[in-house]
Write a protein that binds this ligand. Structure first.
Ligand code: PFF
Length: 454
């Protein structure tokens, strides 16, 4: 059963793939992956991250795409209609709600970091000459503590996202990704080549690809699965919404594998662009945490020949990657509101984007020594709270229920018909989605919840 609403569709398999890869490739790959790999000690973290991407993330990606394609509605509508068609409780639509609300919360802080990227893009054009660790750290602190800049850049970033989403699937999303994604790829290749020539490439290969399991604590394992989910854009309704713009001629399984492969390739390439620079300069540390790209790299860009060019390219890359992910975070709630008929797409995008902007102000002013930075709720600052709620609670729970739904509550033969895989491939997928994914996610969920005890 496919519910038909006659809503928009991708104009080709290629534009769909670009959009889905655009959603997957983002701050998660270029900002978060390198610093978590750096903190996780390199090779061993990378290896289990990749295992999670392909063994747990990809089967769930296949599940989400196929649910969206079958439902042809927003995540809320698709889950509701498919549950009904399968004779299951209407409570399953809560999975869709969790996605829509979770994506709304994530876009509110994703846009703040997108704004930092925008700010650094302009700073990079002016160059970072003379930067050492102290100056760079101070520059970052003063940027995020400024009363105006984080707010302004957050506003501009959100406005760009709203503008693209308001224009719709073909005129907005597709047009943006068909120009931005090739640009992203070209910039990344240039940066890897540059890092290979000018940086310490052999130390990087050693660091990223020779696993040393001693550094791998349970906490890092848990982090690797969380990152695999975040990086593949799972459990927030984005992929399900993008799946709903697919028609039945597209092979969901092959698409999911392509998306996962491209996403992992970009994460690895980001590592290959960043670590050679980190290792080539005195005093830069691979394990320095979230400040890695904002604090560490400017020091290197300030010292290297043509640093202005490469710094601008790097932050431009990060900005492009963030925008194509941000549109996929706004899309689920806009698709939902549009579907209810309450508002036009344009008005829904403006209203929801505006709401997310307001919610994001809390994030922007909770950093550095801004006026909300001392506010604590349940022991978190206002940024940490949203991050914890979405990444550690809503995403694992929704991801687990998505896997359980397709694995145990949708008839096997419906899934077989939907996925058009060979029987052997189907068996592997079915096993992973019924057993491996829920168990692994449960483990992560408990690990993240009680993370401090690791
Ligand atoms: N995958 C994006 C990244 O790696 O930055 C972030 C993201 C986008 C997560 C969309 C979830 C999502 F639904």
């Amino acid at each position: 059963m496919a519910v038909s609403t006659g809503h928009a569709h991708w104009s080709s398999r290629w534009t769909f793939l670009l959009a889905a890869v655009g959603s997957a490739v983002g701050l998660g790959n270029i900002w978060k992956f390198p610093y978590e790999a750096g903190q996780g000690g390199g090779g061993a973290f990378v290896l289990i991250y990749l295992a999670f991407v392909f063994l747990i993330g990809t089967p769930v990606l296949i599940a989400e795409l196929s649910l969206g394609r079958r439902g042809q509605l927003s995540p809320v509508g698709s889950m509701r209609e498919i549950a009904k068609a399968e004779g299951r409780s209407s409570w399953w639509q809560l999975v869709g709600w969790s996605g829509v609300i979770g994506a709304f919360i994530v876009i509110s802080f994703y846009s703040v970091i997108g704004g930092w990227t925008l700010g650094y893009f302009f700073q990079a054009m002016g160059g970072f000459s003379g930067y050492d660790a102290a100056i760079s750290g101070e520059n970052f602190q003063s940027f995020i503590s400024d009363p105006l800049l984080p707010l302004l850049t957050h506003a501009v970033f959100m406005a760009i996202t709203v503008f693209i989403v308001a224009r719709g699937v073909q005129k907005g999303l597709e047009k943006a990704v068909t120009t931005l994604m090739p640009a992203l790829f070209v910039i990344l290749v240039i940066l890897v080549i540059y890092a290979g020539v000018a940086g310490n490439f052999s130390a990087t290969i050693d660091f990223l690809f020779s696993p040393n399991f001693e550094n791998l604590t349970p906490r890092r394992v848990v982090e690797a699965l969380g990152l695999a989910f975040f990086s593949l854009s799972l459990a927030l309704g984005s992929i399900m919404t993008y799946g709903s713009y697919l028609d039945r001629s597209i092979n969901v399984t092959r698409s999911a594998i392509t998306i996962s492969a491209a996403d992992s390739a970009v994460a690895l390439m980001s590592g290959l662009a960043i670590f050679p620079i980190v290792f080539a300069f005195e005093g830069l540390a691979a394990n320095q945490g979230p400040g890695l790209v904002f604090v560490t790299l400017p020091i290197a860009f300030g010292q290297m020949p043509l640093g202005v060019v490469f710094g601008t390219l790097f932050f431009g890359l990060l900005l492009v990657a963030a925008i194509t992910s941000a549109i996929s975070l706004l899309e689920p709630s806009v698709a939902y509101v549009e579907e209810t008929g309450a508002l036009s797409r344009r008005n829904a995008a403006i209203l929801i984007g505006g709401g997310a902007f307001l919610l994001g102000i809390l994030t922007a002013y909770s950093q550095g020594d801004s006026f909300l930075s001392d506010v604590r709720l349940f022991g978190f600052d206002l940024f940490g709270l949203k991050d914890y709620l979405t990444n550690n609670i809503m995403m694992p729970v929704a991801g687990m229920f998505t896997a359980l739904f397709v694995g145990w509550f949708v008839a096997r033969k419906s899934m077989l018909a939907e996925l058009a895989m060979s029987v052997r491939a189907f068996r592997i997928w079915y096993f992973l989605v019924r057993f491996a994914a829920p168990v692994a996610i449960l483990f992560v969920f408990l690990g993240l919840l009680f993370g401090d005890d690791f």
